[in-house]
Write a protein that binds this ligand. Structure first.
Ligand SMILES: [Zn+2]
Length: 218
């Protein structure tokens, strides 16, 4: 899942108005941000096989440290505690922790049964929506549009940066989604994969930071 995670982050701003959109984006994508680094270290494993599912060419062979339910809980607790240590905002800390954990549950909808429950167990889950491109695009779009709508309803721009930053962010997401869906499959090289992830995250997090700093809640 891609856009759906960000939809949830946009929407979470209503539940935790003090938490920056940058932090919420980081939280919902925390395990995916970790993932290419663990691939590079050979701790987790992926195969890139174009046509593996209708939507994604990734065959997730082994990724229990980022994508097991147990580690989702662990990362969620860790991120929540770190947020609390820095901000002393209990509500915000809980939302950050839940946002990290939400990644597993949203991935559950689209992944084929490759999401482990524990680090070493054999049970793997996934409802397999990635076998249908129209269903995936529809579901991701609904989550994304709903989240953006909640964010727009609950915040307002205090200057041009707040307005156009959000506009640029949405346009960037649409371009990235189109590229993901209809563009060429990623290069079959982990360093190239890591490089494209870093660029994508830098743009998304940078725009989220500028946007949220120039908008106020209410
Ligand atoms: Zn994921």
């Amino acid at each position: 899942m891609f856009l759906g995670h960000y939809g949830l982050a946009f929407g979470a701003k209503k539940a935790a108005p003090k938490v920056s959109l940058l932090t919420l984006f980081f939280a919902v994508e925390f395990v995916d941000i970790l993932w290419p680094f663990l691939l590079l270290l050979d701790v987790e494993k992926v195969n890139i096989r174009p046509g593996f599912t209708e939507v994604t060419p990734f065959e997730f062979v082994h990724y229990p440290y980022t994508h097991s339910l147990v580690m989702g809980v662990v990362w969620g607790l860790l991120c929540g505690v770190i947020y609390w240590l820095f901000q002393k905002d209990m509500r915000g800390a809980m939302i950050v922790g839940l946002a990290v954990l939400s990644h597993w549950f949203l991935d559950l909808v689209v992944h084929i049964p490759d999401l482990p429950l524990t680090i070493s167990g054999d049970t793997k889950l996934g409802f397999g929506m990635w076998n249908s491109l129209p269903m995936t695009v529809l579901t991701e779009s609904i989550l994304f549009i709903a989240g953006v709508w909640i964010y727009v309803k609950n915040t307002r721009a205090i200057n041009a940066k707040g307005k156009w930053g959000l506009f640029a962010l949405i346009v960037f997401f649409i371009i990235a989604e189109l590229f993901n869906t209809f563009g060429p499959p990623p290069e079959n090289s982990i360093p190239a994969l890591l490089g494209s992830f870093v660029v994508l995250q830098a743009i998304v997090l940078g725009l989220a930071y500028v946007t949220d700093r120039n908008r106020v809640v209410g």
